[in-house]
Design a protein around this ligand. Structure first.
Ligand code: PMP
Length: 386
């Protein structure tokens, strides 16, 4: 047989899948993959269930149900003061993941340079490469995760088609501040580049930090592709309903990619998400407060178990320096070790870098029930006290 396309097949099985499988084999508390262990708001699920019975269940419009596009435009007005034309500036996708693919495939031409900030969510690099883009990597590093401005500036040039920005950032928990965002905006304007703004964790931001969409910066409305995810907003990661919000002309080629990839997203889920986006402000602030409480339980517990815990300003994640408990090995060995010996699973941060020189940090997910987080920390404490 002739070989398959080399880009995707050059990658192994996703690290999330590998660690989750290992977690299953050992029956551990899995804090490796970031998904909540509860079912999500019952009222929203009820709308979805009723909609599947009542119908319609045939192809919804390619851009998404009007009521959902209207709800997203209204969401962006309510939280960010954005004026969005729901008919031309909102695209519904099958999850934030599809939105990433649509933006990259819709905009990047073979030979275009794309600037990525690592560590990164693992879909980014394969998609850029599959689109024929040339990846220019810039890195933020633990423990401070500071934006390396000189390196970022050096990575941009006239061939830069797109900058991929993820804030709040997975896996670091960093929320880019106004000053950093301004720096990125200036580079995008200087080099006439698009910015794909992966903001799936927009509502999971903790006290002291603020999520500011880059598209709200002067001159950035035409350049930014803002990505959102209902899976994250409503704690139902399996739902795979996402969005791209962008100026009409910027969105048009992205909608074409969507048209040729999934075309639509299940109508009952769209209906339910439209209902959910209309929830009162207290729902959205409650989500952040709830997860901040969980971050604190996990961070305190990990500290009590002897770990040096890195600051987390948002997302589902808390990172630790594994050297602080005297572990003599790299992060992959550490994650395998605690899975087999302590009954807890985490994710090696090195897996989210393209190089392998950051090897002493592990990512734990805090989006679990409190008693599960407490038990996980207890197990780690018991293990490393030996
Ligand atoms: N971007 C980031 C940074 C993510 O963490 C995720 C999901 N973990 C996605 C995109 C994909 O979102 P969805 O699950 O809605 O496809």
């Amino acid at each position: 047989m002739k070989p398959a396309n080399s880009v995707f097949s050059s990658y192994g099985t996703s690290i999330f899948e590998v660690m989750s499988q290992l977690a299953k084999e050992h029956g551990t508390i899995n804090l490796g993959q970031g998904f909540p262990d509860t079912e999500g708001p019952e009222d929203i699920r009820r709308v979805a269930a009723e909609a599947v019975i009542a119908g319609p269940n045939q192809y919804p419009p390619m851009m998404g149900l009007p009521e959902l596009r209207q709800a997203m435009a209204e969401h962006d007005r309510r939280f960010y003061g954005l004026e969005i034309d729901w008919q031309r500036e909102v695209l519904v996708t099958s999850g934030g993941g599809e939105a990433l693919a649509d933006c990259i495939f819709g905009i990047v031409e073979p030979g275009d340079e794309v600037v990525l900030i690592e560590p990164l969510y693992e879909m980014y690099l394969p998609l850029v490469r599959r689109a024929g883009g040339i990846a220019r990597m810039v890195r933020i590093e633990p423990p401070a995760w500071e934006l390396p401005r000189a390196a970022l500036e050096a990575a941009c040039n006239a061939r830069t088609k797109m900058i991929l920005l993820n804030t709040p950032h997975n896996p670091s928990g960093k929320v880019f501040n106004r000053d950093e965002l301004g720096f990125i905006a200036d580079l995008a304007k200087r080099w006439d580049a698009y910015v794909m703004c992966d903001e799936v964790f927009e509502h999971i931001v903790f006290q002291g930090a603020e999520h500011i969409p880059l598209t709200t910066f002067p001159g950035m409305r035409e350049r930014c592709l803002r990505i959102a995810s209902a899976g994250k907003i409503f704690s139902m990661t399996g739902w795979k309903v996402g969005f791209v919000v962008a100026a009409a002309e910027t969105l048009a080629p992205v909608a074409k990619a969507h048209q040729f990839i999934t075309f639509t997203t299940p109508p009952n889920l769209q209906k339910a998400v439209a209902y959910g986006l209309g929830k009162e402000d207290a729902y959205f602030s409650g989500l952040a407060i709830d997860l901040q409480g969980k971050r604190d339980i996990l961070a305190d517990g990990l500290r009590d178990a002897g770990f040096k815990v890195l600051a987390s300003q948002g997302t589902y994640f808390v990172n630790v320096d594994i050297r602080s408990v005297g572990f003599n090995g790299d992060d992959v060995e550490f994650c395998r070790h605690i899975t087999a010996e302590a009954g807890v699973t985490a994710l090696p941060v090195s897996a989210l870098y393209s190089g392998d020189d950051v090897r002493h940090f592990a990512r734990f997910a805090c989006c679990k029930q409190d008693h599960i987080l407490i038990e996980a920390c207890k197990r780690l404490k018991r293990h490393f006290a030996k």
